[in-house]
Design a protein around this ligand. Structure first.
Ligand SMILES: *Cc1c(COP(=O)(O)O)cnc(C)c1O
Length: 230
């Protein structure tokens, strides 16, 4: 089942790239395995997946210890300072940096472990009350500040688009994210060149790719519905 789902998602990614005149290798598929058992991760690995997304620090760390082959873990969920230690040294990238305080705390842990941590700044493109992240108008200043940390490498921006029945409604947010990235790069901020846009989930990743996503985070479309009750 997972193998078939993956093939389907990969086919849709390829077609979206073709529609947008983009090379397929510009887009990385991240399999969001949160709440799913190790057996399903291993099944996806057998089908060739190497990039996995988790939103709980301890769950990520525990799974990372148990997988049989090296994979890349992406932290995509909101992160409290006291949990950073589980993520720095485990994740290849933290997508969900939503405050300068968090950036500073990650810097501290990365310095302690003597490594360079790839991060994305999370942007609340639609200005939703319920969402984490910088507002679009705050991002440029935040990038400038976060770029001062020597153990952080800001690779780009991430957004979680609004929940909607009609994915086309999110196109505008994806388009504006890309514009934001281009605008910030044009400012030639010291130590900053951002090439990553993490946007698009199961319901809207094709549209996100048409608008420039370089990483799409797909959970349900690969592993099926999540069950939070157990
Ligand atoms: C859970 C989650 C996803 C995947 O959502 P699906 O709709 O299951 O594809 C993507 N991004 C973030 C930040 C998530 O928390």
């Amino acid at each position: 089942m997972i193998k078939e789902n993956l093939a389907l998602v990969q086919d849709k990614i390829q077609k979206a790239c073709e529609r947008a005149g983009r090379a397929c290798d510009e887009v990385t598929l991240i399999a969001v395995s949160k709440t799913k058992p190790l057996s399903m991760i291993e099944e996806a690995m057998e089908a060739g997946m190497q990039e996995f997304g988790e939103n709980k620090p301890q769950e990520m760390r525990d799974k990372a210890k148990l997988v049989s082959a090296p994979v890349n873990w992406h932290m995509i969920g909101s992160l409290q300072s006291n949990k950073i230690k589980y993520v720095v040294g485990t994740a290849c990238m933290i997508h969900s940096v939503d405050s300068l305080a968090l950036a500073a705390a990650i810097e501290k842990e990365a310095a302690k472990k003597n490594l360079l941590m790839d991060i994305l700044l999370e942007v609340n493109m639609a200005g939703e009350e319920s969402k984490h992240g910088f507002l679009p108008e705050e991002v440029s200043a935040a990038v400038q500040e976060a770029a001062k940390h020597p153990h952080l490498k800001i690779r780009g921006l991430m957004t979680v688009a609004p929940y909607t029945e009609n994915a086309e409604e999110n196109r505008i947010y994806f388009r504006k994210m890309k514009e934001l990235l281009v605008d910030i790069n044009a400012k030639n901020i010291d130590n900053v060149f951002m090439d990553s846009l993490s946007m698009g989930m199961s319901s809207d990743y094709e549209i996100a790719i048409e608008e420039g996503a370089t990483m799409v985070r797909v959970g349900t479309g690969i592993f099926g519905e999540r069950n939070y009750s157990h």
